[in-house]
Design a protein around this ligand. Sequence first.
Ligand code: ARG
Length: 566
Amino acid sequence: MIKEIKNNLKEQLEKYYKDNFNLAVEFVVEEPKKAELGDISIPVFALIKPLGKKLPEITAEVCEVIKGFDLPVENISAVGGFVNMFISREKIAKIVLAKCIEDGLDYGKSNVGEGKNITLDYSSPNIAKSFSIGHLRSTMIGNSLKKIYDKCGYSTYGINYLGDWGTQFGKMIVAYKTWGDKEKILADPINELTALYVKFHKEAVDHPELEDKAREAFRKMELRDPEYLELWEKIRELSLKESEQIYKILEVKFDSYRGEAFYNDKMDSVVEELESKGLLVEDNGAQIVKLGDDMPPALIKRSDGGSLYITRDIAAVLYRKKMLNFSKILYVVGNEQKLHFEQLKSVVKKMGYDFADDIIHVNFGLYLTNGKKASTREGNVVKLYDVIKYANSLALNQINEKNPNLKNKEEIAEKVAVGAIIFNDLKNFRGLDVEFDLEKSIKFEGQTGPYLQYTGVRINSILKDKTFDNKNIDLSLFTKNHYFELVRLIDDFENVIIEAAEEYSPSVIARYLLNLATAFNKLYSLEKMNIDDEVIRNTNFTLLAATKNVLEEGLRLLGIKYLEEM
Ligand code: ARG
C-alpha cells in the first residue's frame, strides 16, 4: 500500500509540473533520515534552476500541491530542500492489518507470474559420490526459490538433474567388483557405498591402474554393455537413497528426477542439428562450436566419441523448452560453473533460439570453514547427514537449557537444527561465500534461524489461548513509530517476495524477516502487550497476530519450520 502511495505521489507531482510548467522533472520519493521527520521525503532541489525561484518558495509550493492530491498523507512540511510528510498511519494500519489477518497464510500472494512457467534445475547431486555441501546449497536455494515463485503466481517445475552418469559410476563398478559385498550393501546401502567410494580413492593412490579400469568400465556403460548397465542401474538406485535421506530431513520435493542419463539418447540429434546449422567445427578429432573471441569454444564431442556435460545440457534445455515451455529456466549451480552456463546460453543462441536469454545461472558461493573451502569429498568425508545430526545435538542442548520440560524435544530440535542450517545459508546474497559455523548459526540469538523461530515462539506465547476482537482496536496507537514500523513491514511483505523473485535471491526475504523480528522485539521491550485495557490489548494482539502470520509464512518460503514452542 505504502509503495503505491509513493508511486502515486511521484506520478502526480511529475504530471503537475509537466502540465503547468512544461517541465520534465523526475521526483524521487524517499524516507527521511530520521523517523520523527515523517514516513516520506521528497527532495526538490531539481526545481530551483528551471523554475528560477528560491528554495523556500518552491517547498511551500510543493507542499500546497501535494495537499491538493487525494492521497492518505498528512502533516506535510518542509525541512531545508525536502518536503516531508506522514502517511495516514491510522488508515493504513487499519487496511493492512485487516487484510493480513483475513488472508492468513495467503497474505503476500501476488499474480505477477500468472500464466508463466518457471523451471528450476536444483540440487542435482552427482550420485555415487557423497552428497556435497555445494549440492546442499543448491538444494536449499532452489527449494526456497520455487516456493517464492509459486507465491508470485507462477507455475513452477522443479527438476533434480541427477548426475547419474559419469566416471564416478565407473569407479563404483570397479570398487564393487573388486571389494563389494552384495549382502552388506543391500543392508546398509548409504554407508557401504560411501565406504567403497572412499576405498577406491585410497587404493588408487598406490594403484593408479584402478583409474584406468574405472574409465574402461565407464566406457562399457557408454557402449551400452548390458552387464554394466545393469550394475549402473543398481548403483544409481542405491546411491539415490543418500540424497533422499537428506531431502526427507529438509522436506524438499521435486517434480522430476530426470538426470543426465535420461539424455543419453537425445544427444545425437543435438549434434546433427549443430551440424546442419553449420556450427560444428572439427578440432583435433573433436567437435566444437566456436563462441567468439571472448569465450572458449564449447566442446561438443570428444575425439574418442565420449559424451560431454555441455552436450547433455543442450539436449536437456531443448527438451525442457519443448515439454514445459518455460518463460525462464533457472540453474541453481555454484559460481565455478559460470563459464559452462555462459557457453550453454551462447550455443543455444547460435542455434537460433530466442529463449537463450531465458536461461539464468542462479549462481552461489562456496561454504567455508575457517575461511577455507569446505569439502565432503574423498578422504575427508564429512557426511552431511552427520552434520545435521551434530546440529540436532547442539539444538537439543540449548532446548534442555532453556525449556527442559518441552514435549517432543527431539522432533523440535531437528526443526531448529535444520532451520539454523538453512537460514545461515540463505541470509546473505547467494553469490557470496558462506562461513559454515554451526555453533554460531544455531544460537537462539543473533542473525540466525533459531532467533526467528524463537521470536515466533515468544509471540505465540503472548497470544496463546487468548481471544481478542480485531475490529475493536485503537488506531491512534499506530502513530507511534514502534507500532507503525511493524505495520510498514507487514505492508511490504508482498513487494519483498516479488523482489526476491526478481533477484533470484531468498536472502531478500531472510533480511526482511530479521527486520520484522527486530521491530517486534523493540515493540515488546517498550510496551506491555497483555494489559487490562481491552481496546489497547485488542490492538496489540491484532498487530502481533499479523506479525506472527507474516513470520510464519516468510519462514515457510525459506523452507524453515515455524514453531509454536521450543
Ligand atoms: N551435477 C552437476 C554438478 O554437481 C550439477 C548440475 C547442474 N545442472 C545442470 N543442468 N548442469 O556439478
